[in-house]
Design a protein around this ligand. Structure first.
Ligand SMILES: C[S@@+](CC[C@H](N)C(=O)[O-])C[C@H]1O[C@@H](n2cnc3c(N)ncnc32)[C@H](O)[C@@H]1O
Length: 280
C-alpha cells in the first residue's frame, strides 16, 4: 500500500508508520497505537512540505542521519499532544494550597530549600498556575529559596511557556484578581506574567524517559496527562524514578485518568484518586 490517505500529497506506507512508531518509542517513550496512523500523517506532512520531501520514506531516512538530528527533535515535537489549561484539575491546586504549601512556607521561612516540579509542562499553564498557588499562600516566596522547575520534551512549547505570554482570551481559568496581580497587557490582545512571580519558575527541555540532569528532591511533582502516551512498562519505570525524586512526605499529582501502579503504592500512598504521598 502506498498512501493511507486518499489525495495525500506525500507517499506514506504502513512501513513508514511503523518506522515513526519505532522512533516515537525510542526517542520519547511514546507508544502510538495503530489508530493514530492518519494523525501521524497530518502531524508530519507539514514538516515534509517545509523540507521539500515527497515521501515519508525519504524524510525518515533523513532524520536518522547526523544532519537530521535537529529535524528529529521537530518530528518528536510534532508528535506530542500539548493540550493544557490554567488550573486544570482544580482539586490539585486546592490540595497544594491547603495541605502542602503552608508547611513549605515554614520550611522556606526558616531558611530551607523548597522545590516543586511540573514534569510535562506543555505551554506553561500548569507551572504558572502552580506559581500563582505558591504566591497566594506565600506572597513573599520569591525572596526565599523556593523554585519551580518546569520541563517538557518539546522545546517549542517550553519556549512558549518561558515567555509567560498568552492570548487574554485563553486566560479564563485565572481569576480576575490574579490576572491583575500577576499579569500585564503586552499588546495584540495578549497578557504576560510580570513582576516577582517570574522569579519562581525555571523552564528546561527534558525527556522524562531519558537521563535527568536534575539535582535534589522535590516537595511536590505534577506529572499529569503525559503517561497516557506511554506503555505500562515505561509508566512503571517513570513512577519509580519520580518516587525517588520526591522527598519523604512529598506529593505526586497525576492526571485524572492516570493511576500509579499498585506495585509502587508501597512507596507512594494514595491520598486521593490522583494524589499520592511518599512515606515520611
Ligand atoms: C497533554 S500535555 C499535559 C500538560 C500538563 N501537564 C497538563 O496536564 O495540562 C502532555 C505533555 O507531555 C509532553 N511529553 C510527552 N512525552 C514526553 C516525554 N517523554 N518527556 C517529557 N514530556 C513529554 C508533551 O510534549 C506535552 O506537552
Amino acid at each position: 500500500m502506498k498512501s493511507v490517505m486518499p489525495g495525500a500529497e506525500a507517499e506514506y506506507t504502513d512501513n513508514d508508520f511503523q518506522r515513526v512508531r519505532g522512533i516515537a518509542f525510542e526517542e520519547a517513550g511514546i507508544s502510538l497505537p495503530v489508530s493514530k496512523k492518519t494523525l501521524v500523517y497530518s502531524r508530519l506532512s507539514r514538516r515534509l512540505r517545509e523540507l521539500g520531501y515527497h515521501s515519508f520514506h525519504a524524510y525518515l531516512d533523513f532524520v536518522k542521519t547526523p544532519a537530521g538530528q535537529a529535524e528529529m527533535e521537530k518530528l518528536i515535537c510534532a508528535l506530542t499532544t500539548n493540550v493544557t489549561s490554567f488550573f486544570r484539575e482544580k482539586k490539585h491546586f486546592e490540595h497544594l494550597e491547603a495541605e502542602v504549601l503552608p508547611h513549605l512556607a515554614c520550611t522556606a521561612r526558616s531558611g530551607g530549600r523548597v522545590r516543586l516540579w511540573s514534569a510535562a509542562c506543555s505551554t506553561g499553564q500548569e507551572p504558572w498556575s502552580m506559581a500563582m498557588s505558591v504566591m497566594s499562600v506565600i506572597p513573599d516566596a520569591p525572596s526565599y529559596d523556593i523554585r519551580l522547575l518546569a520541563t517538557d520534551i518539546n522545546s517549542e512549547v517550553v519556549e512558549q511557556a518561558a515567555s509567560g505570554t498568552y492570548p487574554a482570551s485563553e486566560t479564563d481559568g485565572i481569576s480576575a484578581e490574579n490576572r491583575k496581580k500577576y499579569m500585564e497587557p503586552c499588546g495584540d490582545g495578549k497578557l504576560r506574567f510580570a513582576g516577582p512571580i517570574c522569579k519562581l519558575p525555571a523552564f528546561r527541555v527534558l525527556n522524562l524517559n531519558a537521563d535527568w540532569p536534575i539535582k535534589g528532591t522535590f516537595s511536590a511533582i505534577f506529572c499529569r496527562n503525559v503517561v497516557i502516551y506511554f506503555d505500562d512498562e515505561t509508566r512503571e519505570k517513570l513512577w519509580r524514578r519520580l518516587a525517588d525524586r520526591l522527598e519523604p512526605g512529598g506529593f505526586l499529582y497525576v492526571g485524572h485518568s492516570e493511576r500509579v501502579a499498585t506495585t509502587i503504592q508501597c512507596r507512594l500512598e494514595q491520598v486521593a484518586p490522583t494524589i499520592y504521598r511518599k512515606d515520611s
